[in-house]
Design a protein around this ligand. Structure first.
Ligand code: SF4
Ligand code: SF4
Length: 227
């Protein structure tokens, strides 16, 4: 999933107090799972903003609404579009995709990001999420026993560790496992250590962010292909 963290309250309050009527728009998918921007967080933020505005004597009305996904047009139903149009501004608790897509659906809307989007990650335990994929567009997991050096090595090294690894931890941060230690251990367990001796050619980074903004077109599933 895409992970995110709530922006500091003061930042969001500064967005809100520029307007008289604000809609806090939660998103029911990734940011709900990582507890940053689902219905519960939208309700809490709405209460916090309302209370703070009252304390400060600021004329601010805040409403909450949450939809299943802000990155999908089908969930911007009539009621949602009306709420957005009725508000002076929206504080979206979706990831950066949702914030931008909200403006694509309703180009006149003013939409502020209420969360900071982080990474593609997994839930390790309650309250802990960890990066697992960098969306490189050309997955090479099979070559490394299912562990990703692109996203999980601080230097994205594909031909072994940098030499700074210590006690299995990354030299960049001792809280991070050196992924090359984990790759070595796993390939050894799988009896595939010899594969790590093969030199990996330079990776084509143009399939990732370095190639510019990307899109996927599946002609077989477009509405034109399926009238
Ligand atoms: S190799 Fe690329 S696509 Fe595969 S997990 Fe790593 S970053 Fe993601
Ligand atoms: S210590 Fe390991 S994870 Fe950290 S940069 Fe070096 S090889 Fe990559």
């Amino acid at each position: 999933m895409i992970t995110a963290e709530r922006k500091p309250f003061d930042t969001v309050y500064e967005f809100a107090r520029r307007h008289k009527k604000v809609l806090v728009l939660g998103c029911g998918t990734c940011v709900t799972v990582c507890m940053a921007g689902g219905k519960k967080e939208a309700e809490i933020l709405t209460s916090q903003l309302t209370l703070k505005a009252r304390q400060d004597g600021v004329d601010l009305e805040v409403e909450e609404h949450t939809i299943e996904r802000q990155c999908d047009r089908e969930f911007f139903d009539e009621a949602t579009q009306r709420k957005i149009k009725d508000a002076d501004a929206v504080i979206s608790l979706a990831c950066g995709v949702g914030v931008q897509f909200c403006i694509e659906v309703l180009p006149d809307a003013i939409v502020y990001p209420g969360v900071d989007t982080k990474f593609y990650g997994a839930t390790i335990e309650q309250g802990l999420w960890s990066e697992r994929c960098g969306g490189c567009g050309n997955c090479v997991l099979e070559q490394f026993g299912g562990l990703c050096p692109v996203a999980r090595c601080s230097k994205s090294l594909l031909n072994g560790p940098c030499g700074g690894s210590s006690d299995g931890k990354c030299e960049v941060n001792s809280d991070i496992d050196c992924i090359w230690q984990l790759i070595y251990d796993r390939m050894k367990k799988l009896g595939r250590l010899d594969e790590l001796e093969q030199n990996q050619p330079a990776k084509d980074w143009t399939t990732g962010r370095d190639g510019g903004p990307r899109r996927i077109l599946r002609e077989d599933v477009t509405l034109e292909a399926n009238p």
